[in-house]
Structure formats: structure tokens, C-alpha cells
Design a protein around this ligand. Sequence first.
Ligand code: ACO
Length: 361
Amino acid sequence: MTYAEITGWGKALPPIVLSNSDLERIVDTNDDWITSRTGMKERRISHVEVSELSTVAAAQALAAAGLEPGDVDLLITATCTPETIIPPTSAVVQSKLGLNRAGAFDLNANCSGFVYGMVVASDMIKSGSVKRVLLVGAEKLSYIVDYTDRTTCVLFGDAAGAAVLEATDEPVGVLASELGVDGDAAPFLCVPQFGTLGGPGPRDPEHASLYMEGQEVFRRAVTKMGEASVNVVGAAGWSLDDVDLLIPHQANLRIIDATARRLGIESSKVFVNVHAYGNTSAATVPVALTEALESGRVTPGAHLVFAAFGGGLTWAAAAVRWGNRVEPLATSDMRVPDTDKTVWDVLEPNFEFFGRGGDRE
Ligand code: ACO
């Protein structure tokens, strides 16, 4: 039987930081509120496009797997902030990386996109249609965040992460998964105008930003991430005691803690970096996986649970048995370019479109 092992991993973090004290200067909020309600301290704001973040993360993942661009059969880019709809961001990344024999498509399941992508990539490998998949989760959420709205602007950031999945005979990789969606609840989390809705013409600021009814989304996220995590552990034939590490979507520390409680695992078995990057939608899980490996939290043969929840409202979970290798085979020289710009320089076009918050001097 064929399985799909995760053999490469990588991340791309823009250098520009937006801190809680920066946010205090533009909306009526404070570090205590943000920290106690979300666990967040900082997030990154990107001065480059999603394809560039994706390319850097993907190059790191390829190097970690010891692969050349020509080895890749399929590229999947999970994003809900593509830089263009035509072409898909994956086509831009294919060109930048020189993946000369790969197919490529974008996958949009909002914050659940990377875990959805893991399941799709894994099942395509198991079916024999492809052998090596490069999977990216990348977002530039600062494009759709209204920095005059304190209920959303403190939550989101920009980033990319990536993984390589390869065919193997060893019983590793995604052993069980659950994908779900509740479209009836979609209005609780939406960007009304990022497509044909609204008709031709320029975007209208009132409907072009991310709208969220936080408590409604919170309640459903806690229920579904917990349920789906327990379900995949059972479907993989594991007991809850077998779980070595939970790598959850990083939307809110309280949602992560509730998911861990539902699984009955202690905090030492949960990977958290929400304080550093906030919610980067489809990028949170691959960035967290990469940092879990970098910090020695993933051990050979580990039993991992991935869980995510987001717009749609979608959710996804996967039980993943790690292989033997926890070190990258190599690293790439590719980096997110440095910049002299300040966070305010980079956000200026956003402020011009959505409006300005308080005094930033
Ligand atoms: N600073 C200070 N006060 C604030 C802020 C802020 N930034 N934001 C809201 N408040 C106020 C509210 O106005 C409210 O005041 P009121 O009581 O006077 O009306 C009070 O704080 C409480 O607001 P709640 O919305 O009840 O706060 P809650 O504890 O629910 O936390 C949060 C809000 C953090 C948004 C939470 O609901 C949450 O994390 N929701 C889920 C987010 C999520 O998982 N999203 C999914 C993925 S996103 C995607 O797919 C792109």
C-alpha cells in the first residue's frame, strides 16, 4: 500500500511587525484585552505579494526534502487572499520556482485550507496519480483587514508555510482525516466583495473587508476542532494517550486550549505560536509545523493531530504519523527580501482605502 510521507517543510515570515502597542495607536484597544482574549502579541505585515511569500516557503520545503524543482508532480497553494484570480497564485509560484513538470492549482478553504490540502495531496499520492506534492499555505490578510475595526484588525497577519509530501511504502503520513463545512453559518465570517458579488466596478470599502461575528465563530470553532480531532484519533486506531503533539490552527489561544482539553492532552503536547504571528489563515498550520520541527517538538514516529477551522465555515483535522527524519536535508538561500519601510508605510494604501485610525505619530 502507498502512503504519503511529509518529507519537507518551510516558512516565510515578512520582517515587518505590527505589535499590540502599534494597534493601540490606531484603534481603541489595549495589550491586556488582546492578550487575554486571543493570546496574541505581534503579527507580521507583508511588503511583498502572496506568490513571493509562497515561493520562499516552498523553496525551503523543497530543500528540506532534498528535492529539485523538476521533481515536483503537483503544486497546491491554499490561500483565500490570492494576488490574482486569473492566473491562480499557484501558477505564479510554479513559474518563480521553475517547477517544469508540475500541475498546479489553488485551494480555498479559508483557514482550513492547508489541512484540506494535506488530505487532498495525501489521497492523490495514495491513489497513485502523483508521487510528489508541494503544498503551500499563504496569506496576505492585511489586504482585507480594515484597520479601523478593532474587532478584527487585532487578529490577523501575513505569512506562508509549505510542506512536501512524497509516496512511500511506510505506514506514515495522514492516516485518518475529517473535512467539514457549514455553509449555513457562512455569513458569520465573510468578505462580501472579493469576487463577482457586487457586480463590475471598483471595490466598495464597506463590503471589501473581513466581517466577523466573533462569538458565533468562536463557539463553532471550539466544538468542531475538538470533535474532529477526537474523531481522527479514533479513526486512526489511536487512543487519546497516543497523541504526542497537537498542531492546531492558530486563531485564538482560548480555542487552542479548548481543543486540547477536548483531546484530554496537557499543554506540553500542544504547539502554540499565536503570540508571534496572530491568525494567518491557511499559513498558520505549515508555519507551526515548521517551528515545531525546528524546536525539536516533532520526534521520529510521532503521532500528530492537525486541526483547523475558518471561513465557510470550514473545518478539517488529520491524524498524521511522522516518519523517521526530523531534520531538513538542506536549506535554501531564498529569503523574504529586507525592506526599509515601516509598518505604517506598508499599511498606508490600506488606510487610504478603508480609512484611518488614530494618530500614529
Ligand atoms: N479591544 C478592546 N475591546 C474590544 C476589542 C478590541 N480589539 N474587540 C472587541 N472589543 C470589545 C467588544 O466591543 C465588546 O465590548 P462590549 O461588551 O462593550 O460590547 C467586548 O470587547 C467583548 O467582545 P466579544 O466579541 O464578546 O469578545 P470575545 O471574548 O468573543 O473575543 C474574539 C473576540 C477574539 C474575536 C473571539 O470571539 C474569537 O476569537 N473568535 C473566533 C475567531 C476565529 O476563530 N476566526 C476563524 C478563522 S478567520 C478566517 O477564516 C479568515
